[in-house]
Design a protein around this ligand. Structure first.
Ligand SMILES: [Zn+2]
Ligand SMILES: [Zn+2]
Length: 334
């Protein structure tokens, strides 16, 4: 008999499910990939077969212009992937279509969270706590200093800035997959019904969200607006557009940025952000530690971020843990 959990092996470029010869979120092309969600550091193109939720596959199709090898799995559905291993996809609460993957073999259970968060998000299904033996968790914000405020507070700051600047626009930098749609949906939930103006790079992803049942209200393109039309309005753009020539067409923009990193003042200053909004799609320190407690695994494997502090926390709490050294996972999606 093989030793427990020898069928799952972390390699630098992904988690290898050995008897199925499949990989979870591999950072290089493989013959069979299980993909947790659509952010580029998890969902690379070029795999032979990609097993993912329908929304994640749609996001990958939009980005890579191909559906070749797409193999859809619904939330809660269990598929046999070979070598006696099954995979069940469960909501991760991170972005539209994001999943944790529960792998089972001969009674052994492993959960890979991908990226996740516990706070409510109107654009995706909430994280489900799933009991398992090995819990492989992300740790993007794995330091006690990272506490994300309630999103309502940050949306309130944005709406206030808009009130205070009726002749200007508020330019919000946000990642095109997930963050932008969440900010828009939260603005709508707060009663903001005005047109929100979009950078062209965000349009297709917003339409994809709407096609998957996430209404975003009146969205229009900056390229079709006059300066005066945008005065007193909110404009959304990818972070890379904040400082570039593109923003010159806007009426006296007040620059905001929605990111978990806005907790770090220096990062906001470096980017020239006047209105930092601490809005993250990742678990903060409190959520990471609470989730480990609730899942209560025999062992926790930590990846994708600041592993050391969470490792230390596990040890102090008499929990077995190890840090994995995966490479190629950047913070596209903070
Ligand atoms: Zn990630
Ligand atoms: Zn992500």
């Amino acid at each position: 008999m093989s030793p427990p959990f020898s069928w799952i092996r972390p390699e630098p470029w992904g988690i290898h499910i050995v008897p199925a010869d499949a990989w979870v979120d591999p950072s290089r092309p493989v013959s069979r990939a299980l993909v947790t969600h659509g952010h580029a550091d998890h969902a690379r193109g070029g795999h032979g077969t990609t097993i993912a939720t329908p929304a994640t596959l749609a996001i990958m199709e939009l980005r890579y212009q191909t559906r070749e090898g797409a193999s859809p799995v619904e939330y809660g559905e269990t598929v046999a992937i070979g070598g006696g291993v099954t995979a069940t996809y469960l909501p991760a609460g991170h972005v539209l279509g994001s999943a944790q993957i529960l792998l089972e073999r001969a009674g052994e259970r492993v959960v890979i969270t991908g990226d996740y968060k516990r706070s409510a998000d109107p654009t995706c299904a909430p994280f489900e706590v799933t009991p398992c033996d090995i819990f492989i968790t992300e740790a993007t914000f794995g330091l006690p200093v990272f506490t994300h405020p309630p999103i309502g507070e940050e949306i309130g700051k944005l709406l206030e800035a808009r009130e205070e600047n009726p002749d200007a626009c508020i330019l919000v930098g946000a990642y095109a997959l997930g963050k932008a749609q969440r900010v828009i949906a939260e603005l709508r939930a707060a009663g903001h019904t005005d047109t929100i103006w979009l950078h062209g790079a965000m349009e297709a992803m917003c339409r994809l969200y709407e096609a998957h049942g996430v209404p975003l209200g009146d969205l229009r393109l900056v390229s079709e607006a006059t300066k005066d039309q945008m005065r007193g309005h909110i404009v959304m753009a990818p972070p890379s557009a904040l400082g570039d020539r593109w923003s010159r067409r806007l009426p006296d923009p007040v620059t905001a940025m929605a990111s978990g990193w806005m907790r770090v003042r220096q990062r906001a200053r470096q980017r020239g952000v006047e209105l930092p909004l601490v809005i993250s799609d990742h678990a903060d320190w409190g959520e990471l530690t609470r989730t480990i407690g609730e899942v209560n695994p025999q062992e926790t494997w930590i990846t994708h971020g600041r592993e050391e502090a969470l490792l230390r926390w596990c040890q102090l709490n008499q929990r077995r843990a190890r840090a994995l050294a995966l490479v190629g996972y950047e913070d596209e999606d903070d």
